[in-house]
Ligand binder design. Structure first.
Ligand SMILES: CC(C)(COP(=O)(O)OP(=O)(O)OC[C@H]1O[C@@H](n2cnc3c(N)ncnc32)[C@H](O)[C@@H]1OP(=O)(O)O)[C@@H](O)C(=O)NCCC(=O)NCCS
Length: 351
């Protein structure tokens, strides 16, 4: 879809909105877009995120992703991009990113125009909440003008107009009374995974993603990134046939628990895996059977030893419930503000 907007400078911004599947493919135009977004000689995103951009442009993610790429041009030259992704199944939760304006055109209102178009499209598609991460004050200013608010660490989120931020998470994650379903994570979970990882609940579950150093340090979840942990887990799953990245979802496809089982690719560590787990307490009753099934899949695929990390009682207890026991303690390993706290390494042998 094409539209035209007048910038602060009076210049004309021609905007192309590419909905899911539109304009995708390994084309010269998309290679130019990838180059514009990623800036391979001056990268500002992670290698995993760059790979996601490449796949989204090629149309090579998976069918679950419902993504919208918005491109602004002045006189035919690309000057700005934004992107959001959500799930084809629900459209409720989204992730926003790849917001970049060419340095020569900054301060003209390009990012604001494209961000407005993105959020309007997200709400029109049925979105409830959309997440992003930023450290840039000008970017945060742009996002705040269009409904995003600071959430946790560097993460911001925008709630559908009329939603109450005090009750949103409780309503969203409330148990619906039906048995949740386990399935493989897919790219459409790009909003659902950050929603779970960044939720203040469970408040007594400090480690949220050990590999990505995301942890709950009251009053906030300390996140150094927002979409990156999800993208990293999706891509890490592809690095070894034994790797797993599974999610537990409600009948409305709301993601309420996740488990990633990742083994090293080097032969001396073959059979040895690290487990990352998340679970909203509303679904704590279903967590053990979900995790047990993931571990059983790992064993079938050749995993012999699994290690997981905990800090504090409740995550360690959830792991103990599926047979993990303490192997060692990393003394003062996790820096929470001005204090360092211990991390427990738990182990379970699957053989
Ligand atoms: C962040 C970025 C996308 C902004 O793009 P842009 O097209 O220049 O943004 P706009 O012109 O629409 O708006 C910029 C706004 O930030 C404001 N701003 C500039 N510097 C600021 C600062 N240090 N603190 C707060 N606001 C600031 C401007 O005043 C303007 O707001 P206003 O119109 O209300 O006055 C662009 O700087 C960029 O591409 N940066 C590098 C990539 C990046 O960091 N992307 C965001 C990652 S999350």
């Amino acid at each position: 879809m094409e539209s035209t907007h007048i910038l602060k400078t009076g210049e004309r911004l021609d905007v192309t909105t590419l909905g899911p599947g539109e304009g995708r493919g390994d084309t010269a135009a998309n290679r130019e877009l990838w180059w514009f977004i990623v800036q391979p000689f001056d990268p500002w995103t992670s290698p995993g995120e760059n790979e996601l951009v490449a796949r989204a442009l090629r149309g090579a993610t998976d069918d679950s992703l419902h993504d919208v790429l918005i491109v602004g041009r002045i006189d035919g030259e690309i000057v700005g991009t934004v992107w959001h992704g959500t799930s084809r199944n629900t459209r409720e939760v989204g992730g926003y990113g790849f917001v970049r304006t060419d340095p020569a055109h900054r301060g003209k209102g390009v990012a604001q125009t494209l961000t407005r178009l993105s959020v309007e499209r997200f709400w029109a598609d049925g979105g409830l909440v959309i997440y992003l991460g930023t450290v840039a004050p000008d970017a945060a200013h742009v996002y705040e003008k269009h409904g995003y608010r600071r959430y946790n660490g560097i993460a911001m989120r925008a709630l559908r107009p009329g939603s109450d931020p005090e009750t949103f998470d409780d309503d969203y994650f409330a148990h619906d009374g039906l048995a949740p379903l386990a399935r493989n994570a897919s790219f459409g979970d790009i909003g659902g995974y950050p929603a779970l990882m960044l939720s203040p609940e469970p408040r007594d579950w400090r480690i949220r993603d050990f590999t990505e150093a995301i942890f709950y340090d009251p009053p906030e979840v300390q996140s150094g990134s927002c979409l990156r942990p999800f993208v990293s887990s999706m891509l890490r799953r592809e690095t070894h046939p034994a790797n797993r990245f599974k999610v537990l979802v409600t009948r409305r496809d709301r993601l309420v628990a996740a488990a990633g089982l990742f083994t090293a690719t080097a032969a001396p560590l073959d059979g040895s895996a690290t487990l990352e787990v998340l679970c909203h307490p509303a679904y704590g009753g279903e967590f053990s059977s979900f995790l047990g099934a993931v571990l059983a899949e790992g064993r079938e695929a050749g995993v012999r030893t699994v290690r997981a990390y905990a800090s504090g009682e409740s995550r360690a207890a959830a792991l103990a419930a599926v047979g993990f026991s303490t192997e060692s303690t990393l003394s003062r390993h996790l820096q929470c503000g001005d204090r360092a706290v211990d991390v427990t390494v738990l182990r379970r042998d699957l053989a």
